[in-house]
Each structure stands twice: as structure tokens, then as C-alpha cells.
Design a protein around this ligand. Sequence first.
Ligand code: HEM
Length: 512
Amino acid sequence: LRVWKKLNRIDSNLSQLVRGPGSHSWIFGNIMDHKVPLEYEGYGGAYTITGCLGEKRLMITDPAAMKYIYQHFEQFERPPFEKFGESAVGGPENYNIFTARDFQRIKNLMNPAFKPAALRGYVPHFRTVVEKLMQKWEDLCTQQYPDRVQIDIHKIIHEATLEAAKRAVLGDRSAPISDMEVAFSKNCYNILSKMTGKPTKGALLIERILSSISPQFFLRVLLYMPNERMRILRRHKFLTRSFVYETRGVIGIEGHLEKLTQDCILDVMKHTGDETQHDLLEIIAWQVPILLIAGQDTVGNSITWALYEFAKNPEWQEQVRNEIIQAQAGKSGEVFQPAVLDQLQYLNAHIKEALRLYPGAPTIDRVALDDIILPLDTPVQSGDGTKSMSQIPIKRGDRIMVDLAAYNRRHSIWGDDADTFKPSRWLNGSDPGKSIGIGPYANLATFSGGPQICIGWRFAILQMQVFLTGCLSKLQFRIPKGVEIRPVKSFTIYPATQEKEESLPLEIALLN
Ligand code: HEM
């Protein structure tokens, strides 16, 4: 009875309270149909979708409810499977999985490394990586006639963003720490998507049953299941731990305190803490994998989508390029200063629009720890369609997903053309979401909000600015004939062709 009650959460009445699209299957629900762009605008800012065995999840795009969830973060926690995945991928001491008290302590340690003053120091790392990549692509073009090549840029851009993040986190090193770092980096490619994305129906069902009954024990068992997803996770778990043990050597646990170069995140963190030196270094070392992973899938896909939209709109691409070239004229390298990059209004409009339509982490997943009354900005219809509700009573244990991607496309905020890529909506100081005020950047939901906001949001914008400036000032990008790209939603949103997932072939040409 206990198992049955837990599985069905018979004390939850989400489905009676709030409407949602119907599901053909009680066993598998309709969660696999939840795609990008989302088709559920008709339900308003709160609706339910159905997971396996009739589990209801409350999807939220209402700004008042989102703000409540952000500000009262201690009343929610990540679901068991997510915490299990994060501890496997990020290591047992990564700060994503800490309790609220430790979370703040570690956040205080990390924050200074993500402030504008520190970020300026990471620009040379980003530049080095993008300039090396552009040189390689330029050489490839030069060897062809006419001067152009077709390249699948998805994996290459991901490798470049990881390399840039590694330099920013660990400093400028002439060689990897060891073979273990090389293996860890190789395994990082879209690891979050591989871990969470596209499970089979059977795997979803098993995860649902195991994590409902006794999450900690059974999830550990789950790791040894003979499927591809768990094989990748097992390998990454091993690589993460080995990589952290080696990183401890670099940051000084083994007595080499002077080994870190300046202008890197670990160095800033090391000079921030007031803990005893050994504790501090131990904590810092365990944050390395999560920083690299949190920044790789997300930034890699954001840059990929931004290049795709440039390729689709050649005239706009030219306009942004002209802006960059004018800012660069006569001042070699200066365009890469954050203050100058922030002035490039066309480039920044393009970045905002790419982050709006293709948010790097499209949903936030939580479980309520208390009974809560969730306020709504705009009332929604009750489950039976008889009343209008301006708040939703949530029960302890209810599953809530903040749908950042859907918020970024709400017609009531962004207009009837919300599904169209239109950077001009940001020009001349225009800020469509300003009156609502969600999120740290351009009032987009993309980086979440409240105390658990993405710590790396400024880092991500700066990296995008430097990469896109580097790309556009050297080369032209076009969509090859006959290639059609579609977005696939998993942990992140990645591009796919008819033939291949995680793929974006572009035609790359030398500038005239
Ligand atoms: C375009 C790029 C990025 C996007 C769209 C993005 C998005 C997000 C979102 C939505 C969250 C909240 C997740 C949740 O609460 O469940 C988050 C958290 C986080 N992000 Fe990012 N992120 C990006 C880049 C980065 C970078 C570059 C770093 C680090 C170098 C980073 C580090 C983190 C960390 C450590 C957290 C956990 C924060 C916490 O729980 O307090 N992110 N990110």
C-alpha cells in the first residue's frame, strides 16, 4: 500500500486543480511529447503534463509563480534522479547538491570569480581559443576552390567552449594535467543531454518506480543498469573523481601553492575564502567538474544556435559584421574588451534573441518540500473547467517544472511573432520583458532567478560575445543547400538534421 501510495501520490490533486493536455497512455504519460516550440500556450501560465504511471507535473510559465519558486528556493529541492545525476556527473561535493547552509557558504566563495572585474581577466583565454579555431577554418577554406568548406560545427564549437572554460577555470596551461583530463574532456561532450535526454520509455518507467520508492538506494542500483545512458554516466562518474584528485595537485593540496596562473577562476576563489587552507582547497577542487559541465553544453549550444541564425540571415550577418569591423578599426584587440563588446547593439540584440529562443537549460525541475500556495499573475482554468484560479495549492511532494523555454515564447510578453527569430525587437533600447522583470539578463527566463540563479550568466554572455566577434570578423556562414535543421529538447536544446542528432552543418567561406 505504501509503494502504491508513493507511486500514485494519491494525496496530490494537481490534475483536478489545473488543466493540461490529455495523455493516451497511463503507463508512459505524455511527457515524451513535450517538445520545442511548445504547443500549450492555450492553457495559460500553469498546466499539468503526465509522467509515467499517471504522475502529474505542474508546468509553470506564469511570472508570479516563477518569482515565488525562485525566492522561496528552500521550499523546493531538485528531484531525486536529478540530484543523483548531478552528484555522479559533478562529484559528491559539487555545490549544486549541497544543503541550503553549505550552498550559501560555497556560493560566497565562488561569487567573486564571476563578477565583472574578474571576468575581464578571462577574455584572453576566450580569444586564444576562438582565434585558433578561426585560423584552422580559414586554412581549410584557403585549400579549396572557391574559398569555402562545409563543416559540421556542433561538436567543434562544444570542444572550443570547453577548452575556453578550462582555461578560464584552471588557468593557461601549456598541456593538460594528464591523460585523465583528456579523457574527462572527451566524455564531457553534451554529457548533460546524454544523461537526461531521450531515455527510452522503459527506462523512464524504471526510473519513475525506483526513485519513488527509495530514491537513494535504488538510484545507486540504477547506475549499474546495462543501457547506454548509464554506461556513459558510470564512466563520467569515474573520470570526474579521478580528474578532481589530479586537480587538487594543481591548486596546491600537494604543496604546490604557486602552481596556479593568475586570471583564472580557481585563483580568484583561492584568494577569497576564510576557511582553513586545506578545507578551502578541497572545496574548490570539487567545483571544477560542475563549472566545466554547467558551462559547456549550455554555452556550446547557445553559440551554435547564434551561428545558425547568422547563417540563415545573411544580410543581418553582414550588418553585425560591419558593426564589429567599425568598432575594431584602428584599435587592434580593443573590441574584445567587455566595455566595447557591450556597446555593440546589433551583436547583443542577436545574442539576446538566440538566448530567448534557444535557452541552454529549457526547464527547471523541482519537488515541493512543503504544502504551498503558489500565486499566479494571470488566473488559469481549474481542472474541470468550472472556475478561474488565481493561486494553486501545492502539496508536499508535488513535482513542479518551470518552463523557461515556454516563458521566453509567451505571446502575451513577446508578441504574436514570439516564435520568430527577430533581433530587431531588442534594438534602440527596447526591452520587451522589462515590466515583468524576470532573470538577470534582458528580462529573459534563460538564466533562472533568485538565490539559485545561474552563477555563470555573465561568463556565458562574455564568452558568446568574444566567440561571435571572433567568428564574424574572420569568416562568413551560410546554410548549405538542402540542409534542414530542427531543435531537439533534452537537458538543453540542440540542433539536429534529418540524418543526425547533435549536428549543425554550415558552409563557411573566407570574407571577400
Ligand atoms: C548560455 C549559457 C548558460 C545557461 C543558459 C545557463 C542556465 C542555467 C540555469 C537555468 C540554471 C538554474 C538550474 C536550476 O536551478 O535547476 C543554471 C545554474 C547554474 N549554472 Fe548556468 N547556464 C549557462 C552557463 C553557465 C556557465 C558558463 C557556468 C559556469 C562557468 C554556469 C554555472 C552554473 C552553476 C554552477 C549553476 C548552479 C547554480 C545554483 O544551483 O545555485 N552556467 N544555469
